[in-house]
Ligand binder design. Structure first.
Ligand SMILES: [Cu+2]
Length: 143
């Protein structure tokens, strides 16, 4: 009985990959109205969606806007939406988090970054060349 399941392992791996891609696409497609809390209950093992409390980061040229700038210690999933016209990304640096970053985010897309924050001050910025210096830089207090 177990043999057939064993032989399908590569196919299952591919299916999991496709599922992850589908989830990412779904996240990019909007549909925020359906409610963000549902996505965490799928248990599909997709770390991209993240288990943490959501914090929204809106990116434009050249600014970052966080939905919250004061947090308590814990795990957070930063949902970074690029509302600008050029490519951005999101990076977080601080206690226990060393320059964690999303992949590059094209205009109109979004990406998530899950980190565990401790007490302290974190630097939330865009790691794309020069953008931090141009103003895509925010401090986040955790305490
Ligand atoms: Cu940028």
């Amino acid at each position: 009985m177990k043999l057939p399941a064993h032989t399908t392992r590569p196919a299952l791996g591919a299916a999991a990959g496709a599922l992850t891609a589908a989830l990412v696409l779904a996240a990019c497609g909007g549909g925020g109205a359906a409610g963000g809390r549902a996505s965490g209950s799928t248990g599909a093992g997709a770390p991209e969606t993240g288990p943490g409390t959501r914090v929204t980061v809106t990116e434009t040229e050249y600014a970052l806007k966080l939905s919250r700038t004061s947090l308590t210690p814990g795990t957070y999933t930063f949902v970074s939406a690029n509302h600008g016209r050029i490519t951005h990304a999101l990076s977080i640096d601080g206690p226990g988090v060393a320059d964690a970053r999303t992949k590059n985010i094209d205009s109109g897309r979004q990406a998530t970054l899950t980190v565990t924050l401790e007490k302290g001050t974190y630097d939330v910025y865009c790691p794309v060349d020069g953008h931090k210096q141009l103003g895509m830089d925010q401090h986040l207090k955790v305490g």
